[in-house]
Design a protein around this ligand. Structure first.
Ligand code: UD1
Length: 415
């Protein structure tokens, strides 16, 4: 399938934000550690979520999914080996490592998977697990891990990796003794996982901070939980409105989680209340000066591709430094085909805003850069065709439909 976008339409109306993909993946993965039933709502059928659900089924979990709600019975899990073919499609499959080890003390996890946005090693996960007494052996692109003799310890992560934090928090929750985790990621999705585990019976103090003290418990219990709203989806619609100069309201979101983006904008463009954001602009946005991506609460790397597209039509020059992943400027050359002016050097993109982009044939190379291209297509004069949209479907449910409800003209064309 590809998207055909007839650009230049202003966006008006309301859009409801769904549960966050990057929250749902660790929640579903950590359900494996629960000796009971986990029920999670606000769970849209994005490809990554469906693949994670399928991974759990292949471990033996009984999973029912429908109407944006998933019910996972992990009591029936009878396998500790993560499916190799499926996990190649999903970087988040590495999150099963901590959960399987926590509950079954053994795990076999294939290496690699997910977006092609950088090297994405898992050395931080492994060295931290080793500090907790886990033995790890690598053979034929698989990790064989054993936690039979694991016990709590002090672990300082060398970098606040989101995935490593999530694996470690889940693992420590069922590991004998006390674990102190330092330099833990503070992304809202990590904090949501901490709350999920606490509700299931984990003993975690310092929730929401970069230092957690976790006393291992014997068992985690059945739970019902709602994920946080998707902050990247929120940022996508917010940016779409800015690129087309309209007026939209985002409902069921959390303004605080997109503060790094809102802080870049003039005060009269965005109005926030508890769980909604109203965006309105009739003029072009000024350029942003300098943006540097980093761990939360710094500017989110997942929003970088979105703001990169916006910068191509902002007035003036913007510098974007990508400090989290090595390969996150792949859409620059596609944007240049659409008339953008971008100089790329190492981890820095210098963008000189133009009046309007123009339609072209472009190709997605990863999830968020794909979304960035959709935004560019909404702004562009004429028709843009975006190929390889399967990348976008990994993390967005109904992106084209929702944008069309706001007034865009996107056709989903089956090839
Ligand atoms: C998660 C998100 C992803 C987001 C990223 C950063 C999910 C499913 N994905 O990815 O959308 O862009 O956080 O906010 O939640 N690193 C190492 N060694 C490790 C682990 C990480 O060197 O063991 C490096 C990575 O290569 C990368 C940086 O640390 O350069 C950040 O990675 P990390 O925070 O782990 O991101 P993910 O959990 O993979």
């Amino acid at each position: 399938m590809y998207y055909q976008i007839n650009g230049g339409k202003k966006l008006f109306g309301e859009v409801e934000i769904g549960g966050a993909k990057n929250c749902l993946l660790p929640l579903i993965a950590s359900s494996v550690a629960i000796d009971g039933i986990s029920e999670i709502d606000k769970c849209p059928p994005m490809t990554d979520v469906l693949n994670m659900i399928e991974l759990l089924r292949r471990l033996g979990a009984k999973v029912e999914y429908g109407e944006n709600r998933v019910q996972i019975d992990s009591r029936t899990i009878n396998c500790v080996q993560v499916d190799e073919n499926l996990s190649k499609k999903l970087r988040g499959s590495v999150l099963l490592l901590g959960a399987l080890l926590a509950r079954f003390k053994r795990a076999v996890v294939p290496l690699s998977g997910g977006c092609a946005i950088g090297k994405r090693p898992i050395d931080i996960h492994i060295s931290a697990l080793k500090r907790l007494g886990v033995t790890v052996e690598e053979e034929n692109e698989k990790l064989y891990c054993d936690a039979t003799n694991s016990k709590g310890n002090y672990v300082r992560l060398t970098y606040p990796s989101v995935g490593a934090s999530e694996n470690l928090i889940t693992f420590a929750s069922l590991t004998k003794g006390t674990t102190v985790l330092d330099n833990v990621a503070m992304e809202p999705e990590v904090v949501a996982l901490e709350k999920f585990l606490v509700l299931a019976g984990a003993k975690i103090s310092g929730v929401g901070s970069s230092r957690l003290e976790i006393c291992g418990v014997e068992k985690l219990n059945s739970i019902f939980f709602s994920p946080i709203p998707d902050r990247i989806e929120t940022a996508t619609y917010l940016t779409a409105c800015l690129m087309t100069q309209g007026k939209i309201t985002l409902r069921n979101t959390c303004p605080l989680h997109v503060k790094c983006l809102i802080d870049l904008l003039p005060f009269d463009v965005v109005t926030c209340c508890d769980d909604c954001i109203c965006v309105q602009t009739q003029r072009k946005i000024e350029s942003f000066g300098k943006i540097v991506t980093g761990p939360y609460p710094m500017f989110a790397t997942d929003m970088q591709s979105l703001v990169l597209s916006l910068s191509t039509v902002a007035m003036g020059q913007t510098l974007i430094f990508e400090k989290v992943f090595e390969n996150r400027f792949s859409n620059c050359q596609e944007l240049v085909k659409m008339g953008a002016k971008i100089d790329l050097f190492d981890d820095c993109a210098t963008i000189f805003g133009v009046d309007q982009l123009c339609g072209a044939d472009v190709k997605c190379s990863d999830l968020r850069s794909g979304a960035g291209l959709v935004l560019a297509g909404l702004n562009a004069k004429g028709t843009t065709r975006i190929f390889d949209v399967f990348h976008i479907l990994r993390g967005y449910c109904d992106l084209a439909k929702n944008l069309n409800n706001l007034g865009s003209e996107i056709f989903e064309i089956k090839e």
